[in-house]
Design a protein around this ligand. Structure first.
Ligand SMILES: Cc1ncc(COP(=O)(O)O)c(C=O)c1O
Length: 380
């Protein structure tokens, strides 16, 4: 049997060989607690601080503005709950968008259940939030805006610099979840003008279970976990040194690749799109045609379900635009927010490529998807 064709890099990436190499000594030899004042502790403390500097360099932050967390979910929770709690005396209103990952929409729902008001900004047919809508939603008692940078399902990239400028002009902190953009497009906290930014190691070739939150100096934020004073008092718990080192190595790798990665990903992604569109009449792109992650291709295949299509290939490991609950397909919230009708949403497949994806894989995946679509269509 031939190996699976992995086209699910938005779900997770493999750990890069250079990252494995960087981590290994911290699993095998350097086990000291970074808080210990003896030589073993100093060694791991230095490694953690070097990794912090590498992450800061990738996003244009100061070293002290990077807080390591257990994952992007935790970073999003810390940003939303932490800033809200720090500013609750000022007001109890938040703004977010209709296309956020659950790690943003759920903490805001939790606050709503506690009596906070939450405005959820709608999106256009491409999944974009409009700056005008944000301007209209900002209020005297708004204490935080959280809008994601790049969408995990359709890849649409939000006009974050414009949105953040609107919020900050009103003195409202702005958070963006950049879990999907790091390592694919430039992410610079100064150019974006954000106060808080989330990143996830396993979306750019570091291991799972490590993330970070950028917190601009001076941003009011309270901890959500309580313990010893690690990570500027914002994330207690002995540091996961190997994974932090891995995140640092992945950040350096991402920075090296940045000048060429977007173009290389785009070429392969568009080749896949072309090959499929030539063979499948009625194939529809979901997401913005240009303002989109360079690796992401969310397509609706006409007349078939995305789930059946992927199963029919037997080879392509990718995601569908719907979640299966008790045998029935439920349309993805992101496609729903974009106004995509049910039939088109059920035919949606998210193909996301990565740095290791090669041309042969693109051609094989296209051939297998076309063959599976033809087989399913001929039975319809
Ligand atoms: C946009 C976005 N935010 C946050 C997350 C959460 O990442 P993790 O599961 O590593 O906490 C993901 C993961 O799919 C994501 O795509």
């Amino acid at each position: 049997m031939s190996p699976p064709l992995y086209l699910d890099y938005n779900a997770t990436t493999p750990v890069a060989p250079a990252v494995v190499e960087a981590i290994e000594p911290y699993l095998r030899e350097h086990f000291g607690n970074p808080s210990s004042s003896h030589v073993l502790g100093r060694r791991t403390h230095e490694a953690v601080e070097q990794a912090r500097a590498r992450v800061a360099s990738l996003i244009g932050a100061r070293v002290g503005e990077v807080v390591f967390t257990g994952c992007a979910t935790e970073a999003n929770n810390l940003a939303i709950l932490g800033v809200s709690r720090a500013l609750q005396a000022r007001g109890r209103h938040l703004i977010t968008s209709a296309v956020e990952h659950p790690s943003v929409s759920q903490p805001t729902a939790h606050l709503r259940a506690e009596g906070w008001e939450v405005t959820v900004l709608g999106v256009d047919a491409y999944g974009r939030v409009s700056p005008e809508a944000l301007a209209a939603a900002l209020r005297e008692d708004t204490v935080l805006v959280s809008v994601m940078h790049g969408n995990n399902e359709v890849g649409t990239v939000q006009p974050i610099a414009e949105l953040a400028a609107l919020a900050r002009r009103r003195g409202v902190p702005f958070h963006t979840d950049a879990a999907q953009t790091l390592g694919k497009i430039p992410v610079d906290v100064q150019a974006l003008g954000v106060d808080l930014l989330t990143l996830a190691g396993h979306k750019f070739y570091a291991p799972k279970g490590i993330g970070a939150l950028f917190v601009r100096e001076g941003t009011p934020i309270a901890p959500v976990l309580f313990g010893a004073g690690h990570e500027h008092g914002l994330r207690p718990g002995t540091e996961n040194v190997p994974h932090i080192v891995g995140l640092g190595a992945a950040a350096s790798l991402a920075q090296e690749r940045l000048p060429t990665i977007a173009e290389r990903l785009c070429e392969r992604r568009d080749a896949l799109h072309r090959q499929l569109a030539e063979a499948i009449p009625g194939l529809v792109l979901n997401g913005h045609p240009q303002e989109r992650l360079p690796n992401t291709l969310n397509l609706s295949f006409p007349g078939v379900s995305g789930r059946e299509l992927l199963a029919g290939t037997g080879s392509v490991a990718a995601s569908v635009g719907s979640a299966c609950h008790e045998e029935t397909d439920v349309v993805s919230g992101v496609l729903g927010a974009m106004g995509v009708e049910a039939e088109r949403a059920l035919g949606a497949v998210r193909l996301s490529i990565g740095e290791p994806t090669r041309d042969q894989e693109i051609h094989r995946a296209a051939d297998d998807l076309v063959a599976a679509w033809q087989a399913l269509s001929s039975h319809a």
